[in-house]
Design a protein around this ligand. Sequence first.
Ligand SMILES: [Zn+2]
Length: 441
Amino acid sequence: MADRPNSLQASAIVLGSRTVPVPELATHLAAIAPRGLTVKRSADIDEDTTTLAVAAIRRLMARTGLPAAGIGQLFLVGADGEDADTTIATALGRPDVPVSRFLSTPEAAVDALLVAFGSEPAGPTVLVAVSDGRDGDPVSAGAAAVALLIGPGSGIRLIREAHRRVARTEDLGTAMSEVVAGLGTEVEHVVVAERLPGDARAFRDASPNGAVTTAPIDRSGDLGVATPLVALLAGLRTVEEGERFDWLVPSLHTVIGARFEAKSTESCEDLDAALHGAASATDPGTALRVRDAWRSHGDQVAQGAFVSLQQYLHEAPARYRLEGQRCTSCGRILFPPREGCPDCPDARLVVEPLSGRGTVYARTTIARGGAPTEFAPQQEAVGTYPVAVVELEEGPRVAAQLTGSGAARLEIGSPVLAVFRLLYVQAGVARYGFKFTGAMD
Ligand SMILES: [Zn+2]
């Protein structure tokens, strides 16, 4: 097998901002709740695979101190939308970063990971696997993005891998046991990437190995292409430094397995903390309206906030990243970007990235019927929504929506943080920009 120069250095996970009780949702849809699935995390009205991917990568960068300039290449699994790669690269401040897109299947997520362990770009690989649950089974599909940093140095090393095709009538548990046998002498820990609780049962029955861990999807739902990587992170919780574990990804036609050695596990994300993070409890009816809002209204004609696609793309760095300007004469910070400083018309302006931190200066609630038509689908799905003028710590005041589980409780003076979200869908094209969340979200 080819030499693998890289190891897994760090991880970050971001889940959809809403929680939906699965048994209630199943009752609402007159469907059968998958056994063992109690709650799922679903995407909010302003979250999709693009925004979840950006959130996970930004979290990974914040946790590791990796600057955007340090990313060697970006692997995207499950990010749908024609321009998702351009949008994500722009939102990270690296429009030039080489991006490889993979198919939206769990097998492709595994392929991307294995390729990343062997590739040698100019800097580390950032791999993100994301599912917003919108194309999955409405009862079980959840929303999450997992971002991994893979590069040279000690971390989680890939030792070997094994594949096996599964015949239609074959016992999946037996196939999984054979893959584990193909990985070499038995190790103490096996982690199975189950899509629904109970998938690993066949393996437990067939395998003499008792130490089986599964992805904790009973509290998140079936995370689609993100599930194999969530299982990998769950496996890391079970091992000590220096120990090895096997990772099994079963699917309809294949079982893929890999053996890892944990040289160092210190920088990997705490899965339990991510699963229990802030979220809005959502009733089944609202959850389904949120899920389908943009799909059913996406081609609506814009009125109030119409911005041409050309102008939107021109302003993308400012809209995605809160990129302002600094006057080289008086030092004043300007946002949004403009032609010149109001105080020094002849002075040069330079790009100034803003922190995104600020406080609520004024706020209001947009009532039913009070919104521009672009936001009508949002209003139909969730009712009223809060809008604020935020005073950024660098000085400028900007108007934007408030979002996240604590949005309703934000008052004048509350500290807030800019986040990258879906604003609306115009002529079938998603438009992105910044909103603000409370510091606790
Ligand atoms: Zn000036």
